[in-house]
Structure formats: C-alpha cells, structure tokens
Ligand binder design. Structure first.
Ligand code: SAM
Length: 275
C-alpha cells in the first residue's frame, strides 16, 4: 500500500507526493525533520511538514539564489549563507573561481548530517576546503559581523520557528553592517500567491536599508504555488545592469545570463508588491 506525503500550502490547498519509504524521521532541537524517498522527486527533505528540497528540482532554487548575486558583484571573494544546511547553495557558490571563502551558518546540525547522508548530490561539496560550516543562529552571526562579506544569501525556512527573526528589518540592517561597502544581500522571500504581505513587507524593509532593491522570480514545482521570489538589496551594483563580459561559463541546468535579466521582469501582480 503506497503512502503519500501531503504539504498543506494553505488551509485550503496543498500538494501531494507518492512516497516509496521514509528514510529518516526525528524531532530535532528546532523542528520536525523527515527525509522521504519519493516516486516523482527522488529524495526529499521535509521540515515541519514543508518541502525544503528535492533531488529533482533543487537546482532551480539553488542556482537562482546563488548566481544572480554572484554575477552581479564584480569579484565576490567572501560569501555567507544563512540557513542552507542541505548544502545546495554552497555547491553553486563554489562554481565561482573568485570565491575564496564560503561560510555556512545553519542552526540545525541534523539538517547538515542527514543531507550529507541522503542528499549527496546536493550536500556533496560541504567538505570543500573553501567552506566553513558553522552550526549556529544566523541572526547572532550577523549581529557579530562587521564589513566582512561581499555577498550574503539567506536560504532559510519560512518565517516560522527559528527563522522568524530572519525576515525582520533589524536583520536586514544587521546584514548591511556585515557586508562590505559594495556588498549584496539576497533572500528567499516565498511566493506571491499565498505570501503577498510578506513580500510587500520585506521589500519595504530592504528598500529602507539598501539603495538598490530588486525582486526576481523562478519556477520551483515543489514549492508553494510553484512561483518563488527572491529579494535582493545592493549597495552599489544593479543586478539588471551586469556587463556582458562578467558572465563566465559555469555548469547550470536552469540559470543562464539571458534568464538572469529576464527573471527581474515581473508579472504585474508581483511587481505591484514591490512598489
Ligand atoms: N530552500 C528552502 C526554502 O526555501 O524553504 C530552505 C532550505 S534550508 C534547508 C532552510 C534552513 O534554514 C533549515 O535547515 C533551517 O534549520 C535553517 N534555519 C532556520 N532558522 C535559522 C536561523 N535562525 N539561523 C540559521 N539557520 C536557520
């Protein structure tokens, strides 16, 4: 008898996936963690009954969170990822030769541990010598950092539990202080169909903290509504004005330099949230 995992994306709507078997399930210090082997999406990491990443569609999210800011910055050397314990963003960051140091601050060590075990195609580069994995609260790491990073990426869960603070104006102000004078912030900001208020609020807060604020989108089938947004705050560099010669060849399956530009062209109902 096959079982199905269902994520309720709203009280009235959700998605469901056929499960071959549950590979691991535990209540960690911070959240419910389950690793599922699914028929359609391969192995899937679920936290608090929400899909975090799957082997089949993870490349979209990880490539778009990493490459848009890293090609916008002329020479990113030191990068911070807040959250991201599955290792997918780090994998993409390491594709940029200019990167000398990639720091990952993940609050839940179990996410890293079981991602290495059950998601090797995603977590496989966490042992790279350029990577510094720290288990801790990203909010505190930011509070203790000053003029240190070229690019900071917030790959957190939704604003629930340990991630609530990661969607506050105070956090974005802390990030501006932790960034060098020409630094760039990018954060996953959920979907415009069910979380319009969150996107509107984050945009307003980032606009008050960074001279350049832009939103871009990507299609992620296993995420709520399938249409995902990312909000960028930049001190100097405009992500829609990247010189063509900056785009070097990297191995990707979703991201391209044309898509880089196109992803900032927003449907009207999304654009309205950013104004
Ligand atoms: N891509 C997914 C999404 O958009 O929903 C997020 C994936 S990643 C696994 C999210 C990670 O953020 C989780 O492993 C969670 O433990 C971590 N996290 C949540 N709050 C955090 C905090 N305050 N500091 C550091 N990591 C945090």
């Amino acid at each position: 008898m096959s079982t199905w995992f269902t994520e309720k994306q709203t009280d009235n709507f959700g998605i469901t996936a056929k499960v071959n078997r549950s590979l691991h399930k535990e209540k960690t210090e911070f959240q419910d963690l389950e690793m599922l082997q699914t028929e359609e999406w391969g192995n899937m990491l679920v936290l608090d009954d929400m899909v975090m990443t799957t082997e089949k569609d993870e490349f979209v999210y990880h490539e778009m969170l990493a490459h848009i800011p890293l090609f916008t910055h002329p020479s990113p050397k030191k990068v911070l990822v807040v959250g991201g314990g599955d290792g997918g963003v780090i994998r993409e960051v390491l594709k940029h030769d200019s990167v000398e140091k990639a720091v990952l601050v993940e609050i839940d060590g179990k996410v890293i541990e079981y991602s290495k075990q059950y998601l090797p195609s995603i977590a496989g580069t966490l042992e790279d010598p350029r990577v510094d994995v720290q288990v801790g609260d990203g909010f505190m790491h930011i509070a203790n950092s000053e003029r240190e990073y070229d690019v900071i990426m917030v790959d957190s869960t939704e604003p629930v539990g340990p991630a609530v603070n990661l969607f506050t104006k105070g956090f974005y102000e802390g990030i501006a202080k932790a960034l060098k004078e020409d630094g760039i912030l990018v954060a996953q900001t959920d979907n415009p169909w069910f979380k319009a208020d969150l996107i509107r609020q984050v945009c307003a807060d980032v606009k008050e903290t960074f001279p350049i604020t832009k939103v871009y989108t990507a299609n992620i089938p296993t995420y709520p509504s399938g249409l995902w947004t990312f909000t960028m705050g930049s001190k100097i560099y405009d992500p829609t004005q990247v010189p063509a010669e900056r785009f070097t060849d990297i191995d990707t399956k979703y991201y391209t330099d044309e898509l880089h530009a196109a992803s900032f062209v927003l449907p009207k109902f999304v654009k309205d949230l950013t104004e």
